[in-house]
Write a protein that binds this ligand. Sequence first.
Ligand code: PGA
Length: 256
Amino acid sequence: MKKTKLVVGNWKMNGLLDDSKQRISQTLSFIKKHKKEMLDNVDVIICPPATLLSTVHEMTSKHLLFLGGQDCHTNMAGAFTGDISAEMLKEHGCSSVIVGHSERRFYHNESDELIAKKGEAVHKAGMTAIICVGETAKERAAGLAKKVVKAQIMNSMPNDTLYADNTVIAYEPIWAIGSGQTATQANIEEMHNFIREVLEKKYPALAETQILYGGSVQGTNAAQIFKYQNVGGVLVGGASLKPPEFCKIIEAALKA
Ligand code: PGA
């Protein structure tokens, strides 16, 4: 497993200019204080709405705070009203893009095949794809969690994954997202170990990539989660909007 821990903050559709600037400057002051410890140990990536990218980029470009997109189109340009391309995200300072988040899969009917193509666009633009997978509560109750996650991995990986190592997997059980119900140690380790096995067998280039956990990660449980086997980072939703909470999560990554 790669040594660098990843802390990814997904702001989703939240943030107007003023509150976002405040949020970033609070997080930045923590990061500046811990600059030395962070180098080589922890990467923090903020994924704000696209409307905030240039402002956040201006504030963060000289510091150890990286930018990510929340989604992108499969094409680099064209007649796709309302969409945003991977190249546009890159031009605004992004180094990675989340694709296949369960909210995109659910509200926008995104299929594994579409997600794979989006991942390819992310790679083509020279960025890292953060591919999200995870089962519903119903699928878990039916004993299908591993089967569902394996199928998502097999079908939503970008085509070039066999050779390229710029892909990260985020395991986010849907029932744990925004619910306050974090998956247990057993749930997380079982799935992360399983994902690692799948990657080692099918995508040797990704044998060491980080596998992130997402779903109700908070300042209070992050330190614990970082101790679990094969957890290379976290994807944080709600808590990434509260700088004191988010900084506690970064601190937990620093101590992991
Ligand atoms: P949450 O969201 O931390 O609010 O549960 C996680 C996510 O959707 O990435």
